[in-house]
Design a protein around this ligand. Structure first.
Ligand SMILES: [Zn+2]
Ligand SMILES: [Zn+2]
Length: 275
């Protein structure tokens, strides 16, 4: 069984990722308006009526600002940590708490949250699975931790933050304090950090890597594409745009013989220490 995935928008102007099977889907974050979310899904032949839940990474506006309008029209429940819900001041919504690594079932999808380092109250990233395919969303990460590595190693496809080019950030016009916030351990992941995670921990069965949350001022799609084209091997590299949706991609399970050799030695999610 395959999972179908798309980025509807990715960047500091709004983040929203679609992951589903043939019957139901979830969104990770809802950082663009209801109208724009609907419009982009429609262009992919999809609809918010099949979206059964929105999982929220953290309270920053680029991840939650579409929630009130989407909730008003579609009453889609949120899965969000209690502290994030309070901080985001999302009121009059149906909301469920989740705990790290405790699986949540949405129809045929299983979602597991894990903690990350970012300057938010209680940030998490997610792995979405059916029985055979794992898709990870790795975004707004200050630092690569064991949690990230262990989860990344299990993904057939991953959305991975590739926020800034070191030189562009260094020589750019941002105030020093903001530069330090971005590249500090609670900010964002650089192209080089993302590339290092990919080259050192990519499983052989990872078919697609979506690079996202690219900074408008401190990065460019061309820089990221060039960097990853050189190291991609058999993985298809997709740059998730800050202006429009990607195509809808089907992520397939490896064939049985592939799976037999590939899954050897892969560990299932376990509770890990943060450092
Ligand atoms: Zn963000
Ligand atoms: Zn953030």
């Amino acid at each position: 069984m395959s999972l179908f995935v798309a980025s509807l928008n990715s960047g500091s102007n709004g983040n929203c990722y679609y992951i589903g099977n043939r019957n139901e889907a979830i969104l990770i974050d809802a950082g663009i308006s209801c109208r724009e979310t609907e419009r982009r899904l429609r262009r992919l032949g999809l609809s918010l009526t099949n979206v059964k839940a929105i999982f929220v990474t953290h309270e920053h506006a680029d991840h939650v600002c579409g929630i009130p309008s989407i909730y008003k029209k579609f009453k889609i429940p949120l899965y969000i940590s209690t502290r994030t819900l309070l901080k985001a001041q999302l009121k009059k919504v149906e909301a469920y708490n989740f705990k790290p690594y405790e699986p949540v079932s949405i129809g045929g999808l299983t979602i597991r949250a894990f903690p990350i380092l970012h300057d938010a109250i209680d940030p998490h990233n997610f792995i979405i699975s059916n029985e055979q395919v794992n898709v990870g969303v790795f975004t707004d990460i200050g630092k690569i931790t064991d949690h990230i590595i262990q989860n990344f190693k299990q993904c057939h496809a991953a959305f991975l933050e590739s926020n800034y080019d070191d030189e562009l950030l260094e020589t750019g016009r941002y105030p020093v304090a903001l530069k330090n916030r971005i590249k500090g351990g609670n900010g964002h992941l650089s192209n080089i950090q993302a590339a290092k995670l990919f080259t050192e921990h990519r499983p052989t069965f990872m078919s697609h890597l979506f690079l996202g949350h690219l900074s408008r001022n401190n990065n460019s799609p061309g820089i990221v594409q060039n960097l990853f084209d050189g190291i991609s091997d058999a993985t298809e590299i997709v740059i998730a745009s800050r202006y429009k949706e990607t195509k809808l991609f089907a992520i397939h399970a490896p064939t049985e013989s592939q799976a037999h050799s590939l899954y050897k030695g892969v560990v299932l999610p376990v509770q890990l220490k943060l450092f």
